[in-house]
Design a protein around this ligand. Structure first.
Ligand code: NAD
Ligand code: MG
Length: 395
């Protein structure tokens, strides 16, 4: 009999969180949910507590936690309700939890994700922003505390699958020359450039192949998502920027590829459904069933590839620039992007202002070295302030 894996899901009410619970529910003998967390969604969290009976439910927002507590009590569920960032950190590092799904969106995920790594957990990393903001520091915390990092981002999970099983962070020793990071190109891959100024949040969030949270959907439309993923791949696989080639592949069937020195290119394919990478990490090293529709090659029929267009997608170039600059630049890029995306989603600025704001913030804040998580958080705060100032000038 296999031992049961005890799991905390950070961001359980989101797109990745719900897909994780979907896979977990298919394997009741393998997994036990110990803690669920969210920002403030009381209704969805109550439903999840009813179904999965976790020991803890954390809502960041205290007033929402108070409402959830009353509901939980009324429903006779034995879940303790907590609130605040410290509680997120607590449930990410509980002694009897062995696996943590890090699926909070944005910089808000950094402290609990660090807590999980610091406690030596198996960390399933969806929250790519942590890696972008603090890549080197985070990888050090993972190593120093014996944590295991399993990538959830579909591209990085595909690369992980295509790398040798014993890959230990040395691409050269593994005979790898390049990573081919695929990208769908999002909803505006072919939109006439002159029309991008007027696109709406609804159009930007209508991804052709994936159903995701709103922030990552806008990131996919600007291709900042791919930029963040280049930085993520750099830290995860110790790949130099020139070893990471972005390949536009509109069908999203190949989730990324690894090119070896002998000319072999290994790819991982599948229908675009996040339950596949999630299950790969949850079951690792075993394969477990997911409910994902099997890939029908005859229906797919063709796979197309294009080079990325840096004029259409300036955010991609800004991300490469931040990676080359190093220090606090990726954290600044990330924070400016979060403010820009939120402002666009709130209809405070047009889609095309997203790269303009990020570029200006990167320019005005300037480069600094970072050594600690506090340095990263300071860069994040500084960039947010600069972004809000830029926004105020726009109004
Ligand atoms: P989402 O918006 O659907 O869900 C986000 C979750 O985080 C929710 O549970 C929300 O309550 C919680 N949250 C939001 N703000 C918070 C805060 N300040 N403090 C604590 N919790 C907070 O997002 P998603 O699409 O599931 O994405 C989650 C992460 O996974 C992101 O980093 C994203 O880049 C990454 N990712 C997502 C997908 C996808 O298909 N959705 C694919 C690859 C990577
Ligand atoms: Mg991805």
């Amino acid at each position: 009999m296999k031992s049961v894996r005890h799991i905390t899901i950070l961001g359980s009410t989101g797109s990745i969180g719900e897909s994780t619970l979907d896979v977990v529910a298919r394997h009741p003998n393998r997994f036990r949910v110990v803690a669920l967390t969210a920002n403030k969604g009381v209704k969805k969290m109550l439903e999840q507590c009813r179904r999965f009976q976790p020991r803890y439910a954390v809502l960041l927002d205290e007033a929402s936690a108070e409402r959830l507590r009353a509901e939980i009590l009324g429903a006779g569920i034995e879940t303790e309700v907590l609130s605040g960032v410290e509680s997120l950190e607590k449930v990410a590092s509980l002694p009897d939890v062995d696996t943590v799904m890090a699926a909070i969106v944005g910089a808000a995920g950094i402290r609990p994700t660090f807590a999980a790594a610091g406690a030596g957990k198996q960390v399933m990393l969806a929250n790519k922003e942590t890696m972008v903001m603090a890549g080197r520091i985070f990888m050090d915390v993972v190593k120093e505390n014996g944590a295991t990092l399993l990538p959830i981002d579909s591209e990085h999970n595909a690369i992980f699958q295509a790398l040798p099983y014993n890959f230990a962070g040395d691409l050269k020793a593994a005979g790898v020359c390049r990573i081919l990071l695929t990208a769908s190109g999002g909803p505006f891959r072919q939109t006439p450039l002159g029309l991008l100024e007027q696109v709406t949040p609804g159009q930007a969030c209508a991804h052709p192949n994936w159903v995701m949270g709103r922030k990552i959907s806008v990131d996919s439309a600007t291709m900042m998502n791919k930029g963040l993923e280049v930085i993520e791949a750099h830290w995860l696989f110790e790949a130099a920027p020139e070893q990471i080639q972005v390949v536009i592949h509109p069908q999203s069937i190949i989730h990324s590829m690894v090119e070896y020195v002998d000319g072999s290119v290994l790819a991982q394919l599948g229908n675009p459904d996040m339950r596949t990478p999630i299950a790969h990490a949850l079951g690792f090293p075993e394969r477990i069933e997911t409910g994902v529709t099997p890939l029908d090659m005859f229906k797919v029929a063709r796979l197309d590839f294009e080079a990325p267009d840096f004029d259409r997608f300036p955010c991609l170039g800004l991300a490469y620039q931040a990676l080359e600059t190093g220090g606090n630049a990726p954290a600044i890029l990330n924070a400016a992007n979060e403010v820009a995306v939120e402002s666009f989603l709130n209809c405070q600025m047009p889609f095309t202002a997203i790269p303009a704001m990020i570029e200006e913030v990167m320019h005005t804040t300037g480069r600094k070295d970072i050594a600690t998580l506090d340095d990263v958080l300071a860069a994040d705060r500084m960039a947010r302030e600069a972004a809000h100032e830029w926004l105020a000038c726009l109004a």
